[in-house]
Structure formats: C-alpha cells, structure tokens
Design a protein around this ligand. Structure first.
Ligand code: NAD
Length: 442
C-alpha cells in the first residue's frame, strides 16, 4: 500500500520505518525541514534502539522516503497516518492545532479516496471534529474515512512494541476502512480490537491513566513503608505474586515523567471536568506524582543540611533509560530545585546530554562520563535507572566522591550490596543506610 505518515517524531518515524519494513511504500512528512534533511541522510533526530539500521535499510531499498512537502506526501496516498505532536496547553488541555492543520492540508491536497488514521493521542470527540473538517473542506467527489488508531509504543522499546505489541485498536464507523486497516496490520499477528471511534480514543487515555495510577499507588505505599519500617521491594514483590495485580508498573521511585503520562493524565482530568464529572482519583495520582519528584532534594537536605555551594552529581537526565527524551523528565525538577538551593551541578547521561544542554544551557555542567560527574561530589542523585548506573561498581562512589552520599530515586542497588561499602544511601520505600564512618563523625 502507499502510506503517508505525517510527523517524524517518536511515534511517526517509528511507524513509518516499521511499515516500510513490512513492505509498504511509505512517505514520511514533517514540517521541520532540518529533520527531513537529517532523515534523508539516514540519521534519526532522536535515539531509539534499533531504529537507525532499519531507517537506512528502507531508505536504501526505496520503501521509505521523506519530504517536507505536504502536496507531494498526501496527493497519491491510500492511507494517511497522522502522528503529529499534541502538546499540553497551559491549562492542561491538549493543543490540537497540529492535528487540525494536517487535516486541512490533507483535505486540500488529496487526489484519491483515502483513509486517514489518527495515531496522535487526542481527546474523545476529536476524530469527529476531524470528520467535520473533511466534510466541509475536501473535494466533493472524494471520500475520506477516518480511523482512530491510538499508539501504545514505549520509547526505548518502540520497534519491539510495533512488531510485538499487545493489541492494535481500530476505531471506525466504516466497515471498508476497518477491513483495509485489518489487512495493513494482519501480518504482525497482533490481536486487533475494532471499536467505535470515541471508545478507541478513550482506550488510550484510560490505559495511560491506569498505568500512572499504578505508579502513584506504589509510590504512596513506598512512602508508607518508610514510615512503618517495611521494604517496598518485598511488598511489591508480594503484591505482584497475585495474578490479579501483576508485577508490572509496581516499581517504586520518584515518579513518572516523559511526553505521555503527565500530559495524558492532565488531559483526561480536563476532559472529565468539561463534562462535569470531576476525576478525583486521577487528580490525586497527579498530585502524588508531583510530590514524588521533590522527594530526593528534600532527603538530600535532611542528610547534608544546606545544599548551598555543594557539588551535586545528577545521574540520568532522560525521563527513562534507552531514550534521549527529556520531556517532563524528573531530572529537570531535581535540577531546578538543586539550583534554587544553590548547588553546583554536574549532570551525567549517556545520550541525553545534547537535548538537556539545549534546554538548560550553561546553568549546569554535563558529562557522558559517570566518574567525571562523581569526582569530588558532595552527594549524588540518581534520576534515571540507566544500566550504566545500575552496573557501576559501588566502590566508584567511595573512590570518586568527596562524601559518598547517594540518593537513589530509582532503587538501582540492593541494600545488601550497598552495605558492603561506606556509602550513605537513601532510596525510595526502603530503610536508609548510614555510612559508618560518617555516622561516627557526626
Ligand atoms: P513529537 O513531538 O516527537 O513529534 C511530532 C512531529 O510532528 C514533529 O517532528 C513535528 O515537526 C511534526 N509536525 C507537526 N505538525 C505537522 C504537520 N502538520 N505535518 C507534518 N508534521 C508535523 O511527538 P511524538 O512523541 O511522536 O508524539 C506524537 C503523538 O503520539 C502525540 O499525540 C503523542 O501524545 C502520541 N504518543 C506518543 C508516544 C511517545 O512515546 N512519544 C507514545 C504514544 C502516543
């Protein structure tokens, strides 16, 4: 099939590359000319494991091409996938202007009947507005079927998620469009759920809200564990043994970040408010998450007193491992709070440094060498559970830091391992460990 994907971001580019890999002729459109130039050279504008080799391969075999020209992209397509950004507005609602702009472009440029598949995460009712745009703006003799096809990929494992996802959701009122979408996805052998359009839109928000709820729930239990002297790792392990609960998303930490959970939870609260049904549970989930972001700096102050002039090593900038995405990363809150306290920051990340540098400029120092970050530091804060951090020999903290005080927001180390070293160690929902020598001095 001839497919056009609008948007070459984390979702659009992965979708375009993977559909090309399954043998379709894919044109990927983005309004960002520099991105298109990079992509034409076979370089991805962001890090996603396994993406660049597939990108290069499909560029070379002619299955994939890139353009910044909507006329070229849309006119001959059989299926158009809209995967443009839907950023958050100040009031927590969603900015749909990029989605609507793409819809108007499509209506004004298509030359054939086409299926338009909305992959961007949009609130219930948006696909109906898009239908109205098409109804009023497209040439009368052409037919456009609208399909809601929300995306569930996770950054860091996006390629695997495309080929081995748990489900594909197709929301449409057109049997012909449903059948063509089924043919498109059938080779992946992933269960397909056909629904009405609004239910498809809601499945995406409800899924992310539920996962965020699990995270905030386990974080609240972790906070309680600290107060009552229990260990969250044992508690969540014991909970997860119950198949009704399951083990995933039960790892306590300093909360969720990224481009989806914070935005989608707020948008669902906003949507609920719009229909006069306050979503109190989700409002609490968001509040708990925001509070969690500030835990480590508060704990650092408890241990080290004033943080003014102290050297802080912030380990991990990306919102999670295996991505260079720093959108809504917890590291950013930590850095902001440490700067407010007057700390001097050296931040380590194996790949997210360029993106962080663009955002934070010279307010902090950066390194891709974890030992350089730790050298002479008064304390270290772990914000992202990168393997490079999890597998760091623990004596490194003792050997390189001025004071081996480690505040671990992702519970990267076992308490047993830590106990073998003279490290003061604070994690989430587990007993703290005081460095013996330090305890004697104080
Ligand atoms: P992104 O910001 O990384 O990329 C969006 C891209 O769209 C940008 O490159 C931008 O230049 C381009 N664009 C904007 N307007 C355009 C237009 N009219 N035509 C062509 N290109 C245009 O966004 P993303 O992370 O890929 O997310 C895209 C959508 O998918 C969002 O709705 C998001 O909520 C949803 N989503 C994201 C993820 C994720 O993990 N990132 C997962 C599931 C769903």
């Amino acid at each position: 099939m001839r497919i056009t994907v609008a948007g070459a971001g984390n979702v659009g580019l992965v979708t375009a590359v993977c559909l090309a890999e399954t043998g379709h002729h894919v044109t990927c459109l983005d309004t960002h000319k520099e991105k298109i130039e990079m992509l034409e050279q076979g370089h991805s504008p962001f890090y996603e494991p396994g993406l660049e080799p597939l990108l290069e391969k499909n560029l070379a075999n002619g299955n994939l091409c890139f353009t910044a020209n909507p006329n070229h992209a849309y006119s001959e397509a059989e299926i158009i996938v809209i995967a443009v950004g839907t950023p958050e507005k100040r009031d927590g609602s969603i900015d749909l202007s990029y989605v609507y702009a793409a819809a108007y472009h499509i209506a004004n440029t298509i030359k054939n009947d086409v299926i338009v598949c909305i992959k961007s995460t949009v609130p219930a009712g948006t696909n109906d507005i898009i239908k109205q745009i098409f109804y009023h703006s497209k040439p009368r003799h052409l037919k456009i079927d609208v399909v809601s096809n929300p995306e569930f990929l996770r950054e860091g494992s996006a390629i695997m998620d495309f080929f081995l996802g748990d489900r594909i959701v197709i929301g449409t009122d057109s049997p012909e469009a449903a059948s063509i979408m089924e043919q498109l996805y059938l080779p992946l052998k992933i269960p397909i759920l056909f629904t009405d359009i609004r239910s498809a839109e809601m499945i995406k928000y409800a899924s992310n809200a539920f996962l965020a709820t699990k995270i905030s729930f386990i974080n609240e239990i972790a906070n309680l564990c600290e107060k009552v002297g229990a260990n969250i790792e044992e508690v969540s392990y014991g909970m997860g043994m119950d198949k009704r609960i399951g083990t995933s998303y039960l790892q306590a930490g300093i909360g969720y970040g990224g481009s989806c959970f914070p935005k989608d939870t707020k948008a669902l609260v906003q949507l609920a408010g719009n229909v006069h049904h306050p979503f109190e549970l989700l409002e609490s989930v968001i509040r708990v998450n925001q509070r969690q972001h500030s835990l480590l700096v508060a704990k650092a102050k408890e241990i080290a007193g004033s943080l003014k002039g102290k050297k802080a090593a912030v380990l991990g900038l990306a919102f999670k491992p295996e991505t260079d995405d720093i959108r809504e990363a917890v590291s950013l809150t930590i850095i902001k709070e440490l700067l407010e306290e007057g700390s001097i920051i050296m931040a380590y990340d194996p790949i997210a440094v360029p993106k962080a540098e663009k955002l934070l400029g010279k307010s902090i120092e950066y390194t891709t060498n974890i030992r350089e970050a730790l050298k002479g530091a008064d304390f270290a804060v772990i914000a992202t559970e990168w393997d490079q951090i999890k597998h760091l020999p623990l004596n490194t903290y003792v050997d390189y830091m001025k004071e081996p005080i480690v505040l671990d927001g992702r519970n990267c180390y076992s308490l047993k391992d830590i106990q073998r070293y003279s490290i003061t160690y604070v994690s989430i929902g587990r007993p703290s460990i005081e460095n013996v020598e330090r305890a004697q001095q104080h």
